[in-house]
Design a binder for this molecule. Sequence first.
Ligand SMILES: NC(=O)c1ccc[n+]([C@@H]2O[C@H](COP(=O)([O-])OP(=O)(O)OC[C@H]3O[C@@H](n4cnc5c(N)ncnc54)[C@H](OP(=O)(O)O)[C@@H]3O)[C@@H](O)[C@H]2O)c1
Length: 236
Amino acid sequence: MSEEFQDRAKQYREMGKTAFILGYTGECGKELVKSLSKNKIFNKVVLIGRRKVDLTPDPGPAFEQKVVDFDKLEEYTEAFQGAQVGYCCLGTTKGKAGKRGFIKVDRDYVLKSAEIAKSTGCQHFSVITASTANKDSMLLYVKIKGEVEHSLTQMAFDKLSIFKPAGLLCDRTERRIMEKVALTFMKPWIYFFPTIGSVPTSYVGTAMVIDTVTPGEENPRIYNNAQIHSLCQQNK
Ligand SMILES: NC(=O)c1ccc[n+]([C@@H]2O[C@H](COP(=O)([O-])OP(=O)(O)OC[C@H]3O[C@@H](n4cnc5c(N)ncnc54)[C@H](OP(=O)(O)O)[C@@H]3O)[C@@H](O)[C@H]2O)c1
């Protein structure tokens, strides 16, 4: 990482902050954990999920897993307590969870978590939505992502960062046939135009960390797919 990033990370580390991550077992979430473990900008990172997982490689003693029931999040405010920064990498698909399940995870859980985080003193909320997000769309996925962006901007976080990736590139643990087919067709496009239409999950995780330590007044900070790429390139 660049010298400028290292300096900023050092200054940030000295503030002794705590963060939480939602969706840390997912593809972007795992990359975020990796980057935070490497750059050590927080005193403590609470990993909030519906299950405990074997974390390999071990991210270190600063990381602690807490299991919550996402349908009763208001009973788990303790998990959010003390965190000044919150990262949200939650998500599912309609294929996996059904329409109701998708809306619940991708919108309701995200917004409820943000609401609790705000009430427990979170100043900076950082979330992944999608490049296509639009609350007025007729398409469910696009609409839900847009509604999340819109509602979060109403919550008055001191700092709100919204990451809007296009197709995520990774060696996905879960089998997603449609995503695989789409990415296979996109391969020539990805080769010739790497910053349009796709982004590696490692870039998303790294970009979230770079954004955290980067000062600036802009709020919300919105990163489209190309900006996620350039944030990582600039700080290499
Ligand atoms: N796929 C793409 O190409 C693409 C493109 C643009 C934006 N996005 C968005 O980017 C975000 C991150 O995507 P990703 O591919 O990294 O996600 P992912 O690998 O599918 O991981 C999703 C995370 O959400 C958690 N989760 C799912 N259902 C849950 C439930 N019912 N209760 C509690 N937790 C639940 C998962 O936990 P478990 O491990 O316990 O299931 C996991 O930690 C998502 O919001 C996605 O919509 C994706």
